[in-house]
Each structure stands twice: as C-alpha cells, then as structure tokens.
Design a protein around this ligand. Structure first.
Ligand code: ADP
Ligand code: FBP
Length: 604
C-alpha cells in the first residue's frame, strides 16, 4: 500500500505542502535576544548578563563586570543542520495544512520558547539553565519526498519501546508525508550487519500492544565509522535512536562523526535520541518512559510476596527489582505499595550487624508483625556482596559491569541463625518485558512526535524529554567553553559536556523523596552519624554540572572571537575551534535588547 496516499498530507497538493520557498539560511542564529520581550521582566531583572550556549557547543559563560542583582539566564541550545550546511533551504511546515492541527491556536512553537531546568526558585535566584521547547516549527529543512529516516533500538528492554517506534513511523507519515522509513534491526550492529526492514503505519499498527522491541536490540557492536558509512551509503538523513545512556553516548558519537565531519562526508543527517531506560537513570529529563509501567508491575510481585509471608510464621520475603546504579523502581514501588518494610537501593549503603543494622530491624519487625517484605534493587550493596562472594569482574558486551546476586546473598545471610520461612521473588525481567500502560503510551507518543518535529525542523544531536513536564530538546553533547570573569585575560576553560549522559540520575539521599520513603517504612536510614557516609551523601548530591572548572590553557582563537564580538553592537554566527563549530551571539544592548541595560560585555 502506498502510505502517502492514505495520509492526510497526501491530500495536499505537493506544491502547497512543501514549497521550495527558501528560508533565510541560519536565520535562527540571527535572532536578537528578545527571548522574553515582556517589559515587566526587563525592569525586574536589570543589567543581567547573558549566557548563550548554542548548539552542541555550549557557548561561553561571561559575567558583566558590574554585578547584576540577578544571575544569568542560560540557554543550552541544540545544534542545527544549518550550522554545518549554511545554505540548506527551508520550507513551510506541512502542518500548516494539516487537518489535525487546523483549529489549533499555536500549532508552531516559537523560536523564543524555552523550558527552565529549575522550576522552584526564590526571588533573586539565578534564572538558570534553559532548553529549547520541543514541538513543530514554522519552517522545516526537509521535504517529505527527500526524507529517508531510520529507527534503531539499543540496550535493555523497557515497556513502551514499540509505542515509540510506532509513533515515529506514524508521526513522520501522517504529519509530514514521509514514506521512506527503515527499521534497523538488532541495535547498533544492525546498521552494518543486517538488512533493514521497511516501516509503514500498517506494519507498525499493532506493535504497541506487545512488549519488547519490534526491531530487536543488542548490547555492544557500536562501530561509529561503520555506522556512519552505512548511514551515508543508504542515503539516510534522519536517524532516530531509542536507548539508554550507553545508546545516547553512541548517538553523540554518530552525530559527531556525521555532522562535524560534514565537510569530509558531506552528509545532511539529523540525529535524534529518544531516552529509554527502565532504571529511570537518565539525567535532565523528568522520567523515562516505561518507568511507570515497571513500577505498576512491581506491585504485583510485592503483593504476591506479601501474601506469602503473612500466611506463614516468621515469613520474610525478598523482592528483587531492576536498578543497576539507581534505585528509582525500588523506591517508587515501595512508596506505592505500603506492604514493604524495608527498601534497599544502590545509593544508600547498608550494613547487616549491630545497632541500626538490617538484622536488628528484621528481628524487630518479625517480633512486631510476624512477617516482613524487603524490596531490593539489584545494584544495592554490591561492594558488600563482593567482600563476601567470589567477585568476578565481568562486563557485558556494552561494557556494563555484571552485578553479583544481592538477593541470593541476602537470603543466605538472613537465614543463618533465624527460624524463618523465606520467600524470594525475582521479577526483574518480568517488569520490563511487558507492554506499556496507558500513561506511558501517551508519554511515548509525545516523545516520538517531539523527535520527529525536531528532526524535520533541522535540529540534530539532540535528545528529547520532559523537563519539568514540558518537552524540550536537550543537546546530547556540548563543547563547554568557559571564560574567566575578565574577558581580557582570555582565560578560557573548556571541556566536552555530555549533557544527557555526563551524570546518572540517582536517588538523592538528601532529597525529600528518600526521606518520605524512610518515614513511610520506618526502616533504618543506615547513616548513623557515619561521617564518611554522610560525606559521600553530601558529595553525591552536588550537581556535577556545577563542578565544571576545567584546567586548560588559554585558547587564543576563542579570545579573538570574543574580542571581535565585543566590538560590535550585535553579532552572531559560527566560529570554528579545533575543527569544532562554536555558535555565538552577543548584543551590545545586553539582556532583552533594552538600551537601558547596556552591557558592553557580551557573551558568546
Ligand atoms: N561510550 C559509548 N560510545 C559509543 N557507544 C556506546 C557507548 N556506550 C554504550 N554504547 C553502545 O550503546 C548500545 C547500548 O548500550 P547499553 O549500555 O548496553 O544500554 P543502554 O543504552 O540502555 O544504557 C550498545 O550497542 C553499546 O555498544
Ligand atoms: O540482562 P540485561 O539485558 O543485560 O539487562 C540487565 C540490566 O538492564 C537494565 O534493565 C538497564 O538496562 P538499560 O540501561 O539498557 O536500559 C538494568 O536494570 C539491568 O541491570
């Protein structure tokens, strides 16, 4: 079946749906800094210095010499294909003519819409980091006929992968009239070791009802050059990559080779990442898809364990859940269930013997209630287990450390010298192999649509996800250039920031959610004034992004750009450092373009 004929867009005459009216190249980089042209805001935040991190290469943080009473606003922007191909033409978005969006008031997201990373602020707080709001743009950089898209899924399973695949295919087809979509089978290695699968709305119609991934997945096998060669050979110009932190690192590598080396390679390819992990350990975004489904499914296992242990004398149940480095599933399943007496997660070290230890607590609970349920994240107590078991330092094909079986170990430890009836449940794989629930299905649809809109709008090297519940485009990696306070010192510090994969999202013991859990189960915190442990907890809670002071030598080329920027009244564009494009923009009127707040210290 010719899908384009059945899509609403097919009814649009081609000349109207995607005319070849060129949009000024790079126009998005020429916009002035009127991100918030609200006069009230301009008076409230006078003389604010501006930080503009644009594209993958986070631009420079610079401070006005006169201290403003309110700190900087930072936009960490995503790369755009016109950074690499400045003459790329653009076209009116076919959604202009879509029946679905016919009566929508704001079909298109304004170039000036941003999403704040920090939503709870105080009067006088810094404006902080922002990301571009996701959604359709007025102009697109691909015609429907020229798009050749591909979808790949990598890493472990997670409920909802099939829904994301389905919605990418249907979104591209129904919203943008694209009918050339390839499925890459078996993860990254599928790019070069397997044939592709043609994806149409008909082919993917029912896949969201099934768990797993319709395209199959794998670990390891990431050979960036081979993958990019394959993308090039197949004429693929939009790559949708669904996977966890390892996958996103792989996506960053593909994007880098495909786009940085565009002059060598000459490829116009938009790389979009859709974050997937059942562990919910991806930084920046609110929550990963499938997580809610997993927590819901974990309830069944907890409930079964509870029924078993309360039906016998001295019943102890252990339910092991997934969570390699992050205990979110265990924490949320515990909070949701109320049948759990103790939750052990990787972030909270525990001990067995002595005052405040696990054994003391078990004995106390058994005395009080006659039974108990322990929920255990698979990564909990790994150091402890390693001391007691023959530790084999094995890794999986992706280089992830294989975990020791903490459930088995704890089971044996508790049994010693206790007359108990033991129930052990290991639903780890069951909870990730099921189809996604209703709310995850809707979430997956939004993610897929955001990715499609972003790629069609010419963004690349980005990950999609909700930040404070609004969907945003987050750069997968950025080159961070950081200036000293005095620009004349040309003291540039820099490093590559993997925005999405630099840090792992973990349960912060210093946040109130963990305290809620402790209050709910009334279990020991295992901290017991242990200074080392407290130090570790404090350290863990520090935002790694704030710790980025890099010792590198002055970079003359960067200071040259800064000087030239500084001397103009308004400037923006791209400069290349070490073959890496850095976007800059600077207005002599400074923040909000207000003459009253003339800042002669620009930011690139
Ligand atoms: N640092 C990296 N650079 C490039 N590819 C990577 C990197 N880490 C992992 N990958 C690739 O990403 C894929 C999935 O990674 P994995 O860690 O298994 O799962 P997840 O993406 O869910 O964390 C694998 O094919 C792996 O080879
Ligand atoms: O047995 P596998 O497939 O390697 O998966 C085990 C791991 O996968 C996870 O579900 C996380 O996988 P991803 O990082 O790939 O999403 C962990 O919780 C678990 O340790």
């Amino acid at each position: 079946m010719d899908v384009s004929l059945s899509s609403p867009l097919s009814r649009i005459p081609p000349s109207l749906s995607l005319s070849r009216t060129p949009f000024p190249p790079n126009s998005h980089t020429r916009r002035s800094f009127s991100l918030f042209p609200n006069p009230k805001l301009s008076t409230t935040f006078p003389r604010k210095s501006l930080i503009w991190r644009q594209n993958q290469f986070f631009t420079v943080a610079a401070q006005h010499q006169e201290q403003s009473d309110c700190e900087d606003f930072v936009l960490e922007d995503v790369p755009h294909l016109t950074n690499f191909l400045p003459d790329l033409p653009s076209y009116p978005n076919p959604l202009h003519r879509s029946q679905a969006y016919a009566v929508v008031k704001d079909t298109f997201v304004s170039h000036e819409d941003v999403v704040a990373q920090k939503i709870v602020v105080q009067k006088g707080s810094p404006r902080g980091l922002h990301f571009r709001r996701a959604g359709p743009r007025e102009q697109v950089y691909f015609t429907s006929e020229e798009v050749r898209a591909c979808v790949v899924t990598c890493g472990g399973l997670c409920p909802g992968i099939n829904t994301v695949i389905r919605e990418i295919v249907c979104g591209l087809s129904y919203m943008y009239g694209v009918d050339d979509i390839l499925g890459i089978e078996g993860g990254y290695r599928g790019f070069y070791s397997k044939n592709t699968k043609k994806l149409t709305p008909k082919v993917v119609n029912d896949i969201h009802k099934r768990g797993g991934t319709f395209l199959q997945t794998s670990r390891g096998g990431h050979d960036t050059n081979k993958i990019v060669d394959n993308i090039q050979d197949r004429g693929i110009n939009q790559v949708y990559i669904i996977g966890g932190d390892g996958t996103q690192k792989g996506a960053a590598a593909i994007y880098k080779v495909a786009n940085y080396e565009v002059e060598k390679r000459g490829i116009q390819v938009a790389v979009a990442g859709i974050p997937k992990t059942i562990d919910n350990d991806i930084a920046v975004i609110d929550k990963s898809f499938g997580f809610d489904t997993a927590v819901e499914e974990a309830q069944r296992a907890i409930n079964a364990a509870h029924v078993e242990v309360e039906s016998v004398e001295n019943g102890v149940g252990i339910v092991k859940l997934m969570g390699r480095y992050s205990g979110f599933i265990a924490m949320y399943a515990t909070l949701a269930s109320r049948d759990v007496d103790c939750c052990l997660i990787p972030e909270s070290p525990f001990y067995l013997e002595g005052k405040g230890g696990l054994f003391e607590f078990i004995d106390q609970r058994l005395k009080e209630n006659g039974h108990m349920v322990i929920v255990l994240a698979e990564g909990a107590g790994q150091d402890y287990v390693a001391q007691n078991m023959q530790a084999v330092n094995e890794k999986d094909a992706s280089g992830n450390k294989l975990l020791l079986d903490v459930g088995l170990w704890l089971n044996q430890k508790i049994k010693v010298s206790r007359n108990i009836c033991f129930v052990s449940a290991d639903p780890t794989y069951m909870i990730r192999a099921i189809p996604s629930n209703a709310s995850d299905n809707i979430y997956c649809t939004l993610l897929a649509h955001s990715a499609v809109h972003g790629a069609m709008a010419g963004y690349t090297g980005f990950t999609v996800g909700p930040v404070n519940s609004r969907h945003a485009y987050i750069p997968i990696s950025s080159l961070v250039l950081r200036l000293s306070l005095d620009i004349r010192e040309s003291n540039v510090k820099r490093r590559v920031l993997q925005r999405v994969t630099q840090t792992t999202n973990t349960v912060k013991l210093t946040d109130r959610m963990w305290a809620r859990l402790l209050a709910s189960t009334n279990q020991p915190s295992f901290l017991q004034n242990n200074e080392t442990m407290l130090g570790r907890v404090d350290g863990d809670s520090v935002d790694v992004g704030n710790k980025m002071m890099i010792n590198s030598k002055t970079n003359a080329s960067v200071s040259t750009v800064l000087s030239s920027v500084k001397s103009s009244s308004y400037s923006s564009g791209v400069q290349w450092f070490d073959e890496i494009p850095v976007h800059f923009a600077w207005g002599s009127n400074g923040w909000l373009d207000s003459p009253a707040r003339n800042s002669n210290f620009g930011t690139v």
